[in-house]
Design a protein around this ligand. Sequence first.
Ligand code: FFO
Ligand code: ATP
Length: 184
Amino acid sequence: MIPDKLILRARLRAERDRFASESESGIMAPAEFLDRLRPGMTVSSYIAVGSEADPTQLAAAAAERGCRLALPHVTTRATPMRFLLWDMTEPLVPGPMGLKQPPADAEDVAPDIIITPLVGFDSRLGRLGQGAGYYDRAFARFPDAWRVGCAWSVQEVPAIPTDIWDVPLHAVITERGMLWHPET
Ligand SMILES: Nc1nc2c(c(=O)[nH]1)N(C=O)[C@@H](CNc1ccc(C(=O)N[C@@H](CCC(=O)O)C(=O)O)cc1)CN2
Ligand SMILES: Nc1ncnc2c1ncn2[C@@H]1O[C@H](COP(=O)(O)OP(=O)(O)OP(=O)(O)O)[C@@H](O)[C@H]1O
């Protein structure tokens, strides 16, 4: 039986905490990720909170290759997440749930690549997030963006339960490398 998303989320957060406290691993940019980057692309990253996998090396690699960086910005669940222009030197401001975000008056941008924090994933590139629907709604708004999840390898499970609104990822990057199906 496929466990319910709530139960799975709680288990995988605990798994992630344990892995992060025991491991020295970091996320590095795999060659297949670097191959996608083109100057002028807009790449949305995120600022890791707690035991989340830290995508800083992915964002830095994108900036080095001439991409513009963006970060997500949220206020309340009723308001869609925005993607705001950011360069790695600009200061961030505290947001809800311990997040660090660009100031609300930063420029809105349309991302070509969305690097997404994951609670869990499966080999079919199914994704489990925080459950607020921020990324699901963003993927519906930017259907042409390349969706790449970032996680620790211990966050992989045999099958993520899917709801009708779930949009699968194109790739997942962990400390072990990149999982994807190149024909997609
Ligand atoms: N680093 C990071 N930035 C992000 C997200 C994220 O998951 N991680 N988001 C993804 O949507 C958006 C913010 N949305 C969020 C929605 C819910 C919770 C949340 O419920 N957090 C739990 C604790 C989670 C944990 O223990 O790992 C909480 O505050 O109780 C956090 C962020 C945009 N920025
Ligand atoms: N395209 C959409 N438009 C409006 N609401 C949506 C859309 N997609 C998802 N939602 C809502 O958002 C919530 C998403 O729940 P779910 O448990 O699937 O989140 P998740 O995919 O794990 O996390 P997240 O998207 O926050 O990273 C659901 O309540 C769902 O009704």
